[in-house]
Design a protein around this ligand. Sequence first.
Ligand SMILES: [Zn+2]
Length: 265
Amino acid sequence: MKKIFQRIYSDFFLNSRLEEYKSLIIKALENEYKVISIEQFYEIFMINEDKQNSKYLVLRHDIDTDVSTAKLMFEIEKQLQVYSSYYFRLSTIDIPFMKEIHQYGSEASYHYEEIASYAKQHKIRNPNQIYNNMTEIQRLFSKNLETLRNSTGIPMEIVASHGDFVNRHLRITNCAILKDSEFRNRNKIKLEVYDDSIMKYVTSRHSDCRYPVFWKPSDPVEAICNNSPVIYVLTHPRHWKANIKENIKDDYNRLMEGIKYKVNI
Ligand SMILES: [Zn+2]
């Protein structure tokens, strides 16, 4: 019951936390952190290692829902002249916004979920059926990525896996699509954001979460105060402002998907 109340509060009554978001970035800047995108993180740590000359706050936004709050976050970042990464699902794609992010110097790319979509569409409840159909799932990924690249003109060589309830049920992350290095090369993917090759440089990792906790495992401000060299912060717009219309739509879709997935065994 308490959880339901918290969910309702978070979805419909949460006051904007965007001032808190701004304060977080200001705190990082005051403490001499460079606030960068994943793409910049990749360039600094995996291509030009000699350029590591600062403490870094790596900012990643997964746009699962609510592009309008993402736009407000982007405005704050522009004001403070910092950079970040925005990963869009097919359901949240906003081509003009993505182009604007890219032109500014931040990163806009693909938050992919073809395993989850395929499992929902084909009512798959056994992980082996996913592995058996991986070629077809990869084909769908390639097609979607190519369409996005063509319509935005953005290279999108770094992509981020979305975590869906179906992935949790099947115990397969969408990253499985990119396990094969040849497939990656063919699709010009230089990095999946969960790759160990980049995550090994992170010294403090934080993700936002729903009211009343807000951060797991802890508030990144603590890591800033502790001078952690590479702080990685993942956010989702819905945890920063209650966008009632968006949340009703998302909760409804999630409910219907859950019902369909469970009923049609
Ligand atoms: Zn996601």
